[in-house]
Structures are given as structure tokens and as C-alpha cells.
Design a binder for this molecule. Structure first.
Ligand SMILES: Nc1nc2c(ncn2[C@@H]2O[C@H](COP(=O)(O)OP(=O)(O)O)[C@@H](O)[C@H]2O)c(=O)[nH]1
Ligand SMILES: [Mg+2]
Ligand SMILES: [Zn+2]
Length: 358
């Protein structure tokens, strides 16, 4: 086909290699210089660079165009792992990065305090179906208070949570019954013996799952056990460099096909660095027990509507503890009182209050 200068309609848009010189009708060809608009899922975020997985399984390096503002929230990253985004594919004009132009509304998100800027928060991940709080029974032993604070954050941010006690080959999980009686799903695992790994696979199937917990408990090892092809580095305890500052470690999402007869990823596993503290809500005294589901379940039986389950008469929670009714485990009640009374009051934060959503 001969193409003369006159019968080429040249638009002043950019060329996309897939769509340049599309024959339309007769002798006319159009050079359509149009940037492709694509949809994708953010699977990694380092600094201002985002890795976005498109629906065909390709990963694109993106940056954020324009300013995204979340209501009342100052974050170091406007977009985070787990976000569904719209981006402009500018690969045809060989720009290094594509541009994220929109972010879909989130169903939830988890934040932590920014490492560098104390007044800002960092979004760890969004759109989480399940947070797996990984606790280790030994080497290192995860303290109960740490598990409780993490669970409070999950409750407050509307993220369903469960507890996995890992390294069960070293020691028995003494704390497991506490969380079972509180109504959380609990799993005992070991990557050494393989205990609980099949059930863990079933649990994550079809979900976007965030693994959280202190450093060294086996988050990365568990994700590797679910999908051995991932080969995530494990045993990296040093999150501090020689100056005593955190090195930058980020959450990363791994698409994972649980059942090999399907090519599309059925699960998305998010590995996180050891997060000491989530950016917490301003939780006042009356509110705290809302984030202990076992207390929340019976609070209507307390004589006072705003019962803090401490000094009030005819308090169903205290009565349950005193009567050794297993629904309120004394260890959880003690933890509740510790958090209420002082140093353990969570840090103020700016988003995700359960009440605002209702
Ligand atoms: N004995 C034992 N060691 C484990 C188990 N899971 C992980 N580890 C070890 O614990 C160390 C830390 O694991 P890693 O996955 O890096 O922890 P992370 O910091 O939570 O990601 C590694 O040396 C693992 O081999 C387990 O079930 N049993
Ligand atoms: Mg790790
Ligand atoms: Zn009460």
C-alpha cells in the first residue's frame, strides 16, 4: 500500500508502538499518537516509584501525576501497595516512567508512622482482606502486648485479622488459647516441619493478605513456604544501619496462584518489614474496648452504655472475668487495662476510625 503525504492524517498526539500506522479505510492511514490508559494494581512502592501490575501480568514502573489528597491525612506516599490505579502508558515515547493518574476508592488501609517525618504517616498497604499477625513462640518470642496492639490497629482500621504462631517446632504456643477464646482464627505453623502450611495456603486462597509482625518471626519464610518459587530473602534482622536509623524497607505484594490449573493470580501476599508501631488512632477511654471483639460482643449486657469495664457496677466484662467465663480471657483483660492506663495508649493518627465509616 502506498501512502502519500496528503492522505496521512497525523495527529499531534504521541505514538504508541502498538497503534502506530493503523490502516483504516482505503489509502488513508492514521498515525494515532495516543497514550494508552491502563488499569493496574500497585505491588511495590519504593520512594516515589510504584510497580504496577496490569491485567495481563506485565509490571510497569510508574510515578504519580498530580496531587492525591486523602481526607485529613498527611502521608509520605499518596499511593500504596494494594491500590488499584489508572495509569498512562507512555512507553511508546520511551519515557522511563508511566504516570498514575487516578486511584480507586479504598476499602481499608494500614498506616505506620513515617520513619523520617514524625508528623506524617506512611501507608503500608490498602484493600486488605486479611491481616495475618505472625507471632513467634521463640527466637524471638513475641510478647502478648505486641499482638494485642497489632490486633487493635487492625480492628480500628477495619482490617479482618487472625494470628499465626510460627516456629512451633521450637516451643508450644502458650498464647494461642487467648486468641482463640477472643474469637480470632489461630493457626500454628512451622516451616521446619511443615505443620499448618497447607491450612495457611487454604486460608490465603483468593484473598489479599498482609503478613505483619516483628522482625524475625518468619513472615517472609511463611510466604516462601506458601509459594517456594518466590525465594524471598529471610533472616535479615538488621533493619538499622550503622547510624541507628532504619534502612528503607517496604511492603511488597506477591501475586500467587494457589491452584495450578489457573493462570490468573488467586491470592496476593504482602510481605512487610518488621513494623513496630502502626500509626494509631486517637482512641479514647470509652472507645478502646470496641477494638477487643470479645468485649464488644457483650458490652450491651453492661449496666452502663459507656461502660469502660473498669470500675462500673454490673459490668458484664468484669463479671465474665471474675466468673472465669472463657469468652473474656483474663490475659486479654489485663492487656486491655494496661493499654487503658497509660504508657500503652496508642499514638494519635488521622484515619480509619470505625465510627466514621458507619
Ligand atoms: N525453627 C524455625 N525457624 C524459622 C521458622 N520460620 C522462620 N524461621 C527462621 O527465622 C528467621 C527469620 O525468618 P524471616 O522469614 O526472615 O522473618 P521475618 O523477619 O518475619 O520475615 C530465619 O532464619 C528463618 O529461617 C520456623 O517455623 N521454625
Ligand atoms: Mg522478612
Ligand atoms: Zn462493662
Amino acid at each position: 500500500m502506498t501512502v502519500s503525504r496528503e492522505n496521512i492524517i497525523s495527529a499531534k498526539l504521541r505514538i504508541n508502538s502498538n497503534f502506530a500506522l493503523m490502516p483504516v479505510s482505503g489509502q488513508i492511514e492514521i498515525i494515532a499518537e495516543i497514550n494508552m490508559i491502563r488499569n493496574g494494581l500497585v505491588i511495590k512502592n519504593t520512594g516515589n516509584i510504584y510497580d504496577v501490575l496490569d491485567d495481563c501480568g506485565a509490571v510497569w514502573k510508574c510515578k504519580v501525576r498530580g496531587i492525591f489528597r486523602l481526607k485529613g491525612l498527611r502521608t509520605t506516599n499518596p499511593v500504596a501497595v494494594g491500590d488499584r490505579v489508572v495509569f498512562e502508558d507512555v512507553s511508546a515515547v520511551s519515557e522511563k516512567y508511566c504516570w498514575i493518574t487516578a486511584v480507586a476508592p479504598r476499602k481499608n488501609c494500614l498506616l505506620r508512622k513515617s520513619v523520617n517525618l514524625s508528623k506524617q504517616t506512611h501507608i503500608i498497604a490498602t484493600n486488605i482482606d486479611l491481616a495475618i499477625v505472625v507471632a513467634s513462640v521463640a527466637e524471638p518470642c513475641t510478647p502478648q502486648g505486641f499482638i494485642d496492639r497489632t490486633l487493635i490497629s487492625c480492628e480500628a482500621y477495619n482490617v479482618p485479622a487472625m494470628v499465626v504462631f510460627n516456629k512451633i517446632d521450637i516451643e508450644r504456643a502458650a498464647l494461642a488459647e487467648i486468641y482463640e477464646s477472643a474469637g480470632y482464627k489461630v493457626l500454628l505453623t512451622s516451616i521446619k516441619t511443615g505443620q499448618g502450611i497447607d491450612e495457611l495456603k487454604q486460608t490465603v486462597s483468593g484473598k489479599t493478605v498482609l503478613f505483619t509482625g516483628n522482625s524475625g518471626v518468619g513472615k517472609s519464610a511463611l510466604i516462601n513456604a506458601i509459594d517456594p518459587t518466590l525465594n524471598i530473602r529471610t533472616g535479615e534482622i538488621s533493619t538499622y544501619n550503622e547510624k541507628g536509623k532504619h534502612t528503607t524497607t517496604f511492603a511488597q505484594m506477591y501475586p500467587f496462584t494457589v491452584f495450578s490449573d489457573s493462570h490468573a493470580p488467586t491470592s496476593f501476599l504482602i510481605d512487610t518489614p518488621g513494623i513496630k508501631e502502626f500509626g494509631m488512632l486517637t482512641i479514647n477511654t470509652e472507645e478502646l474496648s470496641q477494638y477487643f471483639p470479645e468485649m464488644e460482643r457483650i458490652r450491651e449486657q453492661c449496666a452502663y452504655g459507656n461502660c469502660t469495664h473498669t470500675h462500673e457496677p454490673r459490668c458484664a466484662v468484669k463479671q465474665a472475668v471474675e466468673a472465669h467465663i472463657p469468652t473474656i480471657h483474663p490475659a486479654r483483660y489485663r492487656s486491655y487495662l494496661n493499654i487503658l492506663s497509660g504508657s500503652e495508649i496508642p499514638e494519635p493518627s488521622l484515619i480509619g476510625n470505625k465510627n466514621e465509616k458507619k
